[in-house]
Structures are given as C-alpha cells and as structure tokens.
Design a protein around this ligand. Sequence first.
Ligand SMILES: [Zn+2]
Ligand SMILES: [Zn+2]
Length: 252
Amino acid sequence: MPSLHLLGTGAAVSAPHRTTTMLAVSNDQSLFLIDCGGDVVQRIMAAGIDPTLFTGMLVTHEHADHVSGFPLFMEKIWLTGRHTPVPVYGPPQGIDQARRCFETFDVSSWRNFPDIEWHQGVGLTVDDKHWRITTDWVEHSVPAVGMRIECKQTGTIVAFSGDTGPTESVVRLATGADILVHEATGSGPGHSTVNEAADVAQKAGVNRLILVHLPPTLDDEALERARTVFPNIEWGEELGTYPLEKNHLPCR
Ligand SMILES: [Zn+2]
Ligand SMILES: [Zn+2]
C-alpha cells in the first residue's frame, strides 16, 4: 500500500521523542524523501521501510533542521548498497546548501560512491512512474517551498506546507487534497499557529490536517479550538504511517 511516513515531526528543538521534520512517501517500488535535517536513514529503518527502495529526495530550504543530514544520508545510502546516481530536487538555495554540506567531506577514496544528480527548480519537480510532485514558494525567513504530491497508483493527494507562515500558495497546493501536512511551530514570522494551519486546511477544502514541525510542548486546547475552524485535525505522530488510499484510515 502506498503510504505517507512522518519520519520526524519536531521543530528544530522539540520534545525528546521528536526529531526534526522529515517526510517520506513510499510504495513497494519507490521511496521518496522530503528533507534530511537529521539521520534520515535511521528514521527510514525505524519506520520499517527498506532504504534500498530510495528513488529521490526533495530539500525544501537551506535551514540546518532540513538539510544538515545530507552528507550522512549519502554515506549511509552508499553503505546500504546504492551505487546508481542519487537524484536531489529543490529550490536553488536548498540545493546549494546541500551541496556545500556534502562538499565538506572527501569521498574520493570511497569505492563506487554514487553520483548526485542535482535538480534545481520550483514548479513541476518530479513526474516519474510513481509520483507527480509540484512545488511552489511559501512564506519563510529564507526561500522555501511547499508541495503537492500525487500518488499515481491510487490518485491520493498529499500536500506539505514546509516551513511557512499561512499563505495562499499552500492553499493552492493543497486544494482538494486528501491529506495536508502543515507546520504548526507557533506564532512568529515565517511560521504558523495551529489555528492558522486549520484556516489553510479549511480554505483548501482538504480531508485531513496533520500538524508537524511541532514545538516542545503541545497546546491541546489550541487544537480543540482549531476544530471549530477545521474539525479533522491532529498532531503528527512521530514515525506515523498513513496509507495513501481514498478512505485514509490510519494503519495502526
Ligand atoms: Zn526553516
Ligand atoms: Zn524548520
């Protein structure tokens, strides 16, 4: 069953059991990753996914909690037996940061180390056998993107806000989506509150809203208040798996 995985659900600093926000979508032939601000291969394994299914990664922006694990990801994916090129997508600033992080390491003596295919750009970003992924700029302190992911096998749509204040571009990306994964770091420029995320979900007409990029303490009363704006809202579950099917029931 194609699935969405929340490999991490925390803000840069969050509760002890939450690492930085990293997502994946998978089916039995593909694993596509979004962001790598931590040890993403460990999180893949902890979620029970085979890392050798990896087919690509998208980096949303240049901040350390989204891209600093890239060299470690490359080392580990190589050690799991990956020798074919590794495609990495994202806005130019995110790609530049991933490249700079990676170039601090000398891998010239590592046999059969995979090449990296850098794909810079915003808009229609991935259109392969399994996924169609469209990105657009969002409202953050540095250039950053959100995205709309279509699972070609089931037609299920997942939208992800990335790091952002409430913005019309996420409303557009999420229009009619089955699941919107939206950040809820809290008030402040370039981030969103629970209520603001609920407002975006309501405007976009999504089915289900899952909150990520969570602060150390969760405000359950704010979540209840937000249900008056958008009822089907929940905190993202660390290492949670969400089947990409049209009735979108949690698999556990
Ligand atoms: Zn950020
Ligand atoms: Zn962040």
